[in-house]
Design a protein. Structure first.
Length: 208
């Protein structure tokens, strides 16, 4: 009987000690409303460009092309757009907002192009809006190239109903994106063979 009593006391003490400390976890997720981005055109064609229409000594600007740009969210959301140049290092004139058009057969840079989000075209939830830009992944909202998509993912173009100084939440955005291309002086290119223009960029929706 004595042995049994001691065993019961030990078991009771261990159980009490085990219950003195309990870890409690709290889990879950906070998710922004889902958004989608779309453009009216994804394949821009510059057509067959005659060498006679290009300058030998200076770059030649080609006609701009426009496409509708829309972002639709399930509810008011802080969102923007970033871009990546998939032909990085091939722009014939280096600038943070100039994307490359690839290389010719001799490895020369063919030209460049820019994407501008036209400020006067922006409509947010049915009302006129503003374009806000950041060159440091949204830390601050001021940029030397407002309204243009940058070639690096840390460059963000967003939108606001109030001003261009900071982004604001919206459910729908519609506007116009302008493509502005240019070809390098043909004296810098290998014109002994056909040159294939080969620009490729990726637009990504960013939640802020």
């Amino acid at each position: 009987m004595k042995k049994l009593s001691v065993l019961l006391i030990l078991l009771t003490t261990q159980t009490a000690m085990a219950a003195m400390s309990i870890d409690m976890t709290v889990t879950g997720t906070i998710e922004p409303p889902s958004c989608s981005i779309a453009t009216g055109v994804t394949d821009f064609s510059l057509g067959a460009i005659s060498l006679g229409t290009l300058s030998r000594t200076v770059e030649t600007r080609l006609p701009d092309q426009n496409t509708p740009l829309t972002i639709v969210c399930a509810g008011p959301t802080l969102a923007g757009i970033s871009a990546t140049d998939n032909r990085t290092g091939t722009a014939s004139f280096v600038k943070d907002v100039r994307f490359g058009l690839g290389l010719d057969n001799a490895g020369n840079k063919i030209g460049w192009y820019e994407y501008e989000v036209v400020p006067s075209s922006i409509i947010l939830d049915g009302a006129a809006g503003f374009v806000a830009t950041s060159a440091n992944n949204g830390t601050t909202w001021a940029s030397p190239y407002p309204n243009y998509l940058g070639t690096q993912p840390n460059y963000i173009v967003s939108f606001s109903k109030i001003s261009a100084s900071a982004p604001g939440p919206f459910s729908t955005m519609s506007g116009t994106m302008r493509l502005a291309p240019a070809i390098a002086p043909y004296s810098t290119l290998d014109t002994s063979a056909q040159i294939q223009i080969d620009g490729l960029a990726t637009l990504t929706l960013v939640y802020l």
